[in-house]
Ligand binder design. Structure first.
Ligand code: GUN
Length: 293
């Protein structure tokens, strides 16, 4: 069994992003600039946005975080998004989810210009992705593909079973694994005999958000297991008051695997790199446009 070290691969990719940024700057191209909108003060969202800000600084991007109170109205938030859409200094925009209940996330997602949508959530990018055309890929599936490629894990002809059908992970992951020549099965909360499905999988991608859901008896010998789960579980003995748990029961699953991602240190850092790669892509595409004008 080999652990897929997301931290180490992310470090390598971040170094190459940093080199590309320096090369762009030396050609007089502007510094890539990622903006994040954070509404309210949900602990996990604040942590994620702080991490994205740190990543930007590490690779030499500019970064702006716009913080708004939970009481911001939907109309006010949409106006802020429009301001960034029209601000040529900013190349990529993410609005950290979840948003307060009185704000329609779909409306916000669809208001972000698809050309700055480095989360890859806009229907335009989703459509381009399903057709295999250049677009912004959602960061987690993008990061997972990069991780599989880094370790040269064979995908052609393999059966990939994805557990979870979210817009952010399960659905886009299915399209990308199909493009990598896998036979893809997407399982979800209404799937019957889930274990029968996962036992057939050469590659299992667990993205359902239930801690330690996938047990050793559910995977076949030699499977590749990718754990997307990252749930905060209360733990009074931990100084933070919680521990992070994946969707895979690492203790029982890992002895059967050829490759497995740990939590933390597997998919999480690769997701963060996915966002950086998209932001770099945003500026490269803008450059292409400019040179054709
Ligand atoms: N909340 C949880 N994951 C994500 C993500 O990938 N992007 C944004 N914007 N919010 C999230």
């Amino acid at each position: 069994m080999e652990t897929l070290n997301g931290n180490a691969v992310a470090k390598v990719l971040k170094e190459s992003i940093k080199t590309e940024v320096l090369a762009l700057k030396s050609k007089g191209v502007k510094t890539p600039h990622l903006a994040a909108i954070l509404v309210g003060s949900v602990g996990a969202s604040m942590t994620y946005v702080a991490a994205k800000e740190k990543d930007c600084h590490e690779v030499g991007f500019d970064s702006t975080v716009l913080r708004f109170p939970e009481t911001i109205t939907e109309a006010e938030l949409l106006a802020e998004v429009e301001k960034i859409n029209n601000n040529s200094a900013i190349d990529g925009l993410i609005v950290q989810l979840p948003l307060p209940k009185h704000i329609n996330e779909k409306k916000v997602t669809e208001t972000i210009s698809w050309k700055k949508d480095v989360d890859g959530f806009h229907p335009m990018n989703v459509g381009l992705m399903f057709k295999g055309l250049p677009c912004f890929l959602p960061a987690t599936p993008y990061g997972i593909i990069k991780l599989l490629e880094h370790y040269k894990i064979e995908t052609t002809g393999k059966h990939c079973v994805i557990i979870g059908r979210s817009d952010i992970v399960g659905k886009p992951m299915s399209a990308l694994m199909l493009q990598k020549n896998c036979t893809v099965t997407v399982c979800h909360s209404k799937t019957k005999n889930l274990k029968e499905m996962t036992l057939q999988a050469d590659i299992v991608i667990a993205a359902l958000g239930i801690p330690e859901f996938l047990k050793g008896e559910m995977v076949k010998e030699g499977a590749v297991v990718i754990d997307v789960g990252i749930t905060r579980v209360d733990d009074a003995s931990n100084p933070k008051g919680f521990v992070l748990k994946g969707d895979v029961d690492f203790a029982s699953v890992s002895p059967k695997c050829s490759f497995i991602t740990p939590v933390p240190g597997g998919v999480g850092p690769m997701t963060r790199v996915g966002l950086l790669l998209n932001t770099l892509d945003a500026i490269k595409r803008n450059q292409d446009l400019r040179s054709k004008m």
